[in-house]
Each structure stands twice: as structure tokens, then as C-alpha cells.
Write a new protein. Structure first.
Length: 482
């Protein structure tokens, strides 16, 4: 973001932090903390507010929140000696992790900084996933390495979508044999009702991106990632295991959160499966995350409910719900451990989940060799890039509205509700119109593809293309029957 773009946000942040200091002087510490957190939402690079919050949280013995802000200070300035000293005192484990990350040097997966040819070789070597000889590529075939979309084709895609233009139709790839069999099945239920084959949780779902399952298999064949997944799944056998994460959430109320329940009902009616357990995370980020697979537990931030409406919210709930139908929740949690991404764009609930996951699997993961950890992180990241494309397809199928889906992707890629409120998909594409396609698609391991501006542009292109394919039209006719 340029200084001109961030200037109004910094002004709002400074004004809000000034109010926080006034409240603190009057002895209203709870209100002061609330305002200071709001200031950080306006501008997450406002380090003065973060430093004050870290000090106050330590004073009131809320070490987890203090650690969150201290880690943000260190990510902003790795030479901040005071932040390092404070973090070592408040959260020694987090300080040790950050020091290990700092010692790794440049991230080998930052493909946007490399030539496209070198990038392809690098990721192929690290991920250990190669295309079959002679396999014909499809448009949008490989979002991490551009092995199938030429630079010229990608540039043409990025030049599209003037205000009056419709999405360009690309030649759709024939669905896999399993997916084609699903499409040919007779819909369940009477004529005129929404129909679909019976949903089997964990099985291949007909909307999944073609490379999702192959990369998922590579993920589960990695002995480190498989062990982390096993440890996570073990915790689901004891309902009390996740209480430290759930402590930051509240159960959604049908009276208070009517729109969320309506969106969930629409998703279940279209995609099938059990009703999810809906939780509310009282924080301003526009995020929605899966918690525990057996309970179909979904936590939506209040910031998400403020900025998404109607079909946009259905899309958001639908894409999160699809993680459960595909059996991907444990893999997403394992990815959180393996990539050890910075907490700067995480909400309180997600940060609590990461800390809990680190407690059950992090030490074991750290005990593995550095090359194995790096390979596991790269493989997990490569799978998640494809998993998010599958989730977008499910979200579009649930809401049936391409414009709403694209706006929701753009808004959820932002880091605060304030940023999300003014964002549209067209504005996001305009913001990144001069970016090289490799920069948009090949984001580093340390960036979560759900919250990446650049990858959001790529996802928008992908979902608009998929909406023109015969596969989507067949699924929409079978599932939605609008």
C-alpha cells in the first residue's frame, strides 16, 4: 500500500489511539484497550499502539495477547531489541520460534522474485510433484508454478474485465472420471427440488479443483505432515481439548445472528451435509475459519458479518463449509503448524488455534530436520493453494452469484473490516493491474492464500472462468435448480 493510500488510515489510527490514551488516564483501562485495538485495525503498521498494548497486556497478565503484538513488532522490525527482550520474557517459545525462522534466511518459496523458468524448477524440486510426461495442460492448470498458463495467456487474462465486459470463456477441461460419474448420477428427491447425490464426508466432491486431490495425496504421503494430522485428529476424541481456542468465541444466536443462520441454511440446502455449529469471534477482521471437523464447527468474526451481505455471506459460509465436506480441516490445521505463518493477519481465535496446535504438534515438528520441515511447509502450502480454489467453487455453487463471490473474495482478503468495507473485486483487480502474473499466483509460504491480495486476484480470475464452464453449469443445474 502506498503512503498516500495509507495516510487516511494512519490519521484514523492516531486519532483513535489518542482517545485510548485519554481513557487510560481516566482509569478506564478496558475502554482504552478496546480503542487501541481499534487503532491497530485501522492501520496494522501503527507500531506505537501495538507496543502500548503489549505492555498493558503483560501488566494484566494476558500473555497471549501481549505475545501477539510483540510478534507483530518483530515482524515489522527484526532489529527491535526491546520487542525481542519483552517476547523472551512473555512468551519464550514464540521467541525461540521466531529466532529459528530468522536464521533460515531468504524464503526459498518466494517465487515472485524469481524468473518463471527458475520458479518452475525450484517448486518442482521442493514439492516433489511433477507433471506426468505428455499430460495435456489446461487453462489455470497450475496456480503455483505457471506450468500450464503461458505468460502471454496470463497477461491476456489480467487485461480483461473492463466495466462492460463479460468473463472470457476458456476451454474447460474434461472432469475426472469420478467427477463425471457424479455429474451423471440421478438427482435425489422429487422433480423441482434441489437434488444431488448423497454427500459422503471426506470423499471427492464434484466441485473440487482438479489438482486438489493429487496434491492432497502428496501431503498425506509426507510422514511429517501425516503425523501432525494424526495428532490433530486425536484431539477431536476429547471434547474438552479445544476449550482454550473456544474460550475466545461464543455460540451464535438465531435471534442475534439471523443472517448467519440463513446463510448456513442455504449452504446446507445446496451442498448437503449436516448443519454446522456456528460460533462468533468478537473481532473486527473479515474472516471465517473451521475449528473442529466432527462438530462441523465454524467461527465467523463479527467483522465478516459487518461487511458481507446476502449472497456474499452465503459464499463465505459455503467455502468454509466445503472444508468439512472434503475432510480437509485437519490438513488446514497441519498447514498452520508446518508453515508457522506470522500472526499479523490472524484474528484472536485463529491465533489461539495456532498456539494450541503448536502445543500438541509443534515441538515434535521442530524436532525434525530442517530440510524435512522446509519440504513439508512447501508441500502443505502448495496443497492449500489448490484447496482454496476448490473452496471457492463450492462457495459459488452455494450462492449462485459470480459477482457476489468475487466481491466476497476481495473483501475477505483484506486484513480489517474497514479495509474490506470499501473493497470490490474490480477495485482489487485495478490495484494489481500492473503486477506480473507470477507475482499474483506464486505467493510465498509465509502468506496465507486466503488473506493474500495477490492470490485473491488470481482466485477471482479462476472462479470467473470456472463459472463459464460446462462443469459448473451442470453442477448448478443439479444442485441449485434455481
Amino acid at each position: 500500500m502506498s503512503s498516500q493510500e495509507s495516510f487516511p488510515e494512519r490519521q484514523q489510527a492516531e486519532a483513535t489511539f489518542l482517545r485510548a490514551m485519554e481513557q487510560a488516564q481516566r482509569g478506564h483501562l478496558d475502554r482504552a484497550i478496546e480503542l487501541a485495538e481499534e487503532a491497530v485495525e485501522y492501520d496494522d503498521t501503527f507500531l506505537e499502539a501495538r507496543r502500548w498494548l503489549a505492555e498493558v497486556y503483560e501488566q494484566i497478565d494476558d500473555r497471549r495477547q501481549a505475545s501477539r503484538h510483540l510478534q507483530a513488532l518483530i515482524h515489522a522490525n527484526k532489529d527491535d531489541e526491546k520487542a525481542w527482550q519483552d517476547l523472551e520474557r512473555v512468551d519464550p517459545n514464540a521467541a525461540a520460534r521466531l529466532k529459528r525462522v530468522a536464521e533460515l534466511g531468504p524464503d526459498p518459496f518466494v517465487a515472485a522474485r524469481q524468473a518463471a523458468a527458475h520458479l518452475e524448477d525450484l517448486l518442482e524440486d521442493v514439492h516433489g510433484v511433477e507433471e506426468e510426461p505428455g499430460e495435456e495442460a489446461e487453462p489455470y492448470e497450475d496456480f503455483a508454478t505457471h506450468t500450464a498458463t503461458t505468460k502471454e495467456e496470463a497477461m491476456a487474462l489480467l487485461a480483461e474485465d473492463e466495466e462492460t465486459e463479460e468473463p472470457r470463456a476458456a476451454e474447460p477441461r474434461k472432469p475426472s472420471a469420478e467427477a463425471e460419474e457424479m455429474l451423471e448420477q440421478e438427482p435425489a428427491g422429487p422433480p423441482g427440488a434441489r437434488g444431488r447425490a448423497e454427500v459422503i464426508v471426506g470423499d471427492l466432491q464434484p466441485w473440487e479443483y482438479e489438482q486438489d486431490r493429487p496434491y492432497r495425496q502428496k501431503f498425506l504421503e509426507d510422514h511429517i505432515l501425516a503425523e501432525v494430522v494424526r495428532r490433530i485428529e486425536e484431539t477431536w476424541e476429547d471434547p474438552d481439548q479445544w476449550q482454550t481456542v473456544l474460550a475466545d468465541c461464543a455460540h451464535a444466536s438465531k435471534q442475534t445472528h439471523t443472517v448467519l443462520f440463513a446463510a448456513a441454511d442455504e449452504v446446507v440446502a445446496v451442498l448437503g451435509g449436516p448443519a454446522p455449529m456456528l460460533l462468533i469471534a468478537p473481532e473486527g477482521i473479515p474472516h471465517i475459519i473451521p475449528i473442529r471437523q466432527p462438530e462441523f464447527e465454524i467461527a465467523a468474526a463479527t467483522g465478516l458479518l459487518r461487511v458481507l451481505q446476502g449472497a456474499q455471506l452465503v459464499f463465505a459460509v459455503g467455502r468454509c463449509y466445503s472444508y468439512f465436506l472434503s475432510g480437509n480441516v485437519a490438513l488446514l490445521h497441519a498447514t498452520l503448524v508446518a508453515t508457522d505463518r506470522p500472526p499479523t493477519v490472524m484474528g484472536i481465535c485463529e491465533q489461539a488455534a495456532k498456539e494450541y496446535l503448536w502445543d500438541i504438534a509443534g515441538s515434535w515438528f521442530e524436532s525434525q530436520s530442517k530440510p524435512e520441515r522446509e519440504r513439508a511447509a512447501g508441500l502443505a502450502h502448495a496443497w492449500q493453494l489448490r484447496c482454496e480454489l476448490s473452496a471457492d467453487r463450492a462457495g459459488l455453487l452455494a450462492c449462485g452469484n459470480v459477482e457476489a463471490a468475487c466481491d466476497a473474495i476481495a473483501k475477505m482478503s483484506q486484513h480489517t473490516a474497514q479495509q474490506a468495507a470499501g473493497m470490490t473485486w474490480r477495485a482489487l483487480l485495478e490495484k494489481h493491474k500492473d503486477k506480473d502474473p507470477a507475482q499474483l499466483a506464486a505467493i510465498p509460504v509465509k502468506q496465507d492464500p486466503r488473506y493474500s491480495d495477490c492470490y485473491a486476484v488470481y482466485r477471482i480470475r479462476a472462479i470467473r472462468w470456472w463459472a463459464t464452464t460446462d462443469q459448473y453449469k451442470a453442477l448448478a443445474a443439479q444442485y441449485r435448480r434455481d
